[in-house]
Design a binder for this molecule. Structure first.
Ligand SMILES: NC(=O)C1=CN([C@@H]2O[C@H](COP(=O)(O)OP(=O)(O)OC[C@H]3O[C@@H](n4cnc5c(N)ncnc54)[C@H](OP(=O)(O)O)[C@@H]3O)[C@@H](O)[C@H]2O)C=CC1
Ligand SMILES: O=C(O)[C@@H]1CCC=N1
Length: 262
């Protein structure tokens, strides 16, 4: 299967690196990048080919669109004549519905929307897949397989993609912001920045692994919280600071923004 990735920036680059790491051969991956300097760097680093968009589209079985949302329909229009019947177009863009993309591609080309996240770079991505009205079940399965190489995959109705964007698409940034603030808090308490960083990252990693065991987060939290102890004091401060309300508001803002982008 030949995969063309159009736009190898933060997200497209993460999928590219994740696919290669997962064992996709560099010969089977074509990248389209607007700037030759960036294309040359990718050829050098990954041993993949770079081609103009129409040549890549003509050769690919799956075309992954990882340009900014406003670029999606113009790029599709520019490659439409090159797309072969049976090709699957996978859009990673936030906010662009399949109903806006399908009119830009010829009949027989399936459009599938995927909302991934950047941990795909290390094979720990989270992707939600939704087929457009004209997508074949095989195309939806191909998109799920592709993203399965770089992490977990769920299939959702397209009406839920904005919610997925707010939860897992943007989600890594919430974790990184918390990590940043948490490390800085350690420095405020007199730890070296290196030690604070190690303590926070390992606490996040260990806690994520405990969560993966399937125990409910509330139970795991209770196991840390001694009555009248240090954790209860900290959690009280976080609740007073409006942590839960802030999460509701933040994810609602991302959801609304995702709808606006369409
Ligand atoms: N970043 C993330 O965490 C996530 C992003 N997404 C979605 O992924 C998409 C890309 O986002 P992100 O990676 O952050 O953005 P970036 O700006 O990092 O990447 C976009 C890339 O596309 C290139 N590009 C732009 N136009 C073209 C074109 N016509 N042909 C080929 N390449 C082109 C850009 O090149 P240049 O820099 O030269 O303009 C850039 O390298 C967006 O639609 C976003 O909604 C989805 C989930 C998560
Ligand atoms: O911020 C954004 O719009 C993109 C979509 C999800 C993550 N990054």
């Amino acid at each position: 299967m030949t995969i063309a990735i159009i736009g190898a920036g933060n997200m497209g680059g993460a999928v590219l690196a994740g696919l290669l790491e997962a064992g996709h051969s560099p010969e089977s991956v074509i990248v389209v990048e607007a700037r030759e300097e960036q294309a040359a760097a990718l050829r050098e680093k990954h041993g993949i080919r770079t081609l103009p968009a129409t040549d890549a589209a003509a050769e690919a079985d799956v075309v992954v669109l990882a340009v900014k949302p406003y670029g999606v329909v113009p790029v599709l229009q520019s490659i439409a004549s090159a797309l072969r019947e049976g090709t699957t177009v996978v859009s990673l863009a936030a906010g662009v519905p399949t109903s806006a993309m399908e009119p830009a591609v010829p009949d027989g080309v399936s459009v599938v929307r995927v909302m991934p996240n950047t941990p795909a770079l290390v094979g720990e991505g989270m992707s939600a897949v939704a087929g457009g009205a004209k997508a074949t079940p095989e195309a939806v399965a191909a998109a799920a397989d592709l993203m399965g190489a770089v992490g977990k995959v769920v299939t959702v109705p397209e009406s839920q993609i904005d919610a997925v964007t707010a939860i897992s698409g943007s989600g890594p940034a919430y974790v990184f912001l918390v990590a940043e603030a948490w490390i800085e808090a350690g420095v405020h308490l007199g730890l070296t920045r290196d030690d604070a960083t190690t303590l926070v990252i390992q606490t996040l990693t260990g806690s994520a692994k405990l969560l993966e065991s399937g125990t409910h987060p509330a139970i795991l939290r209770e196991q840390v919280t001694s009555p009248g102890g240090t954790t209860a004091a900290a959690l009280g401060a976080l609740e007073k600071g409006g942590l839960r309300a802030a999460f509701l508001e933040a994810t609602r803002a991302a959801y609304v923004r995702s709808q606006e982008l369409s």
